[in-house]
Design a binder for this molecule. Sequence first.
Ligand SMILES: Nc1ncnc2c1ncn2[C@@H]1O[C@H](COP(=O)(O)OP(=O)(O)OP(=O)(O)O)[C@@H](O)[C@H]1O
Length: 268
Amino acid sequence: MITVESVSKQFGGVHAVQDASLNIAKGSITGLIGPNGAGKTTLFNIIAGNIAPTSGTIRLDGEDVTGLPPHELFAKGLLRTFQIAHEFSTLTVLENLMMVPGDQAGESLLSAWFSYGEVRQQEKAIRERAMEVIDFLNLTHLTQELAGNLSGGQKKLVELGRTMMVDAKVVLLDEVGAGVNRTLLNEIGDAIVRLNRERGYTFCMIEHDMDFIGRLCDPVIVMAEGSVLARGTADEVRNNEQVIEAYLGRGLKNAPRRKHAEQAGEGA
Ligand SMILES: Nc1ncnc2c1ncn2[C@@H]1O[C@H](COP(=O)(O)OP(=O)(O)OP(=O)(O)O)[C@@H](O)[C@H]1O
């Protein structure tokens, strides 16, 4: 589905990504892990069209999409969840979802003038879709809540919901586990698995929480120092000597960021 071929990215003298090649298979929930500074975010930014690689190619279903801007990738069904923008925090959950589709007839003054009925019809369809998404994510009780009042984990669910407002094929998830308590993290995990199984979504997620990774992801790809170090099941990479070494000999179990996520979860 997504193929990363020999991608490199340099920032001045820093080789953030070095000759990385990997494959995100259709229908998979692929985990991307690695120690801090391994190049995961940079690679995500390249795949999502936020930055261009210094060299290498990104393919989506065989098509070369290297350097395409995010909105063009969005139109092709490749989405990345981002934190809800500040200005959206004063909108309700329902409104946040309804804002997503970009081709609403109501956006064009002319079409609004000439086909009021069509606009009404389209808004009704979008509202129904948003309500269906809210129901899918078990957020019905928060439909009219302002996004700014949601907890971190609830916001992540709404972000996931926003990808469901368009026909996403592949969704890149950036540390959904960070700062989210266990209960909500399980709910987010359930939603991801259901989207994968029931709606055919492919996911690629950067994550530091190994329990979350172990529960959801197969395969898991490990990056270190800008390159792909290993690929396998969560158990395989957890027991891979090179991977353990890359985490400074402390092993994945004790990877520093996982500890932070757990502490944040316990405190929430
Ligand atoms: N815009 C930038 N300018 C200069 N150096 C950068 C830039 N972005 C990233 N880097 C460097 O590239 C390397 C890889 O960073 P990146 O954020 O991709 O790693 P990461 O695996 O996502 O780390 P983390 O898990 O800590 O988020 C780091 O050494 C980082 O300092």
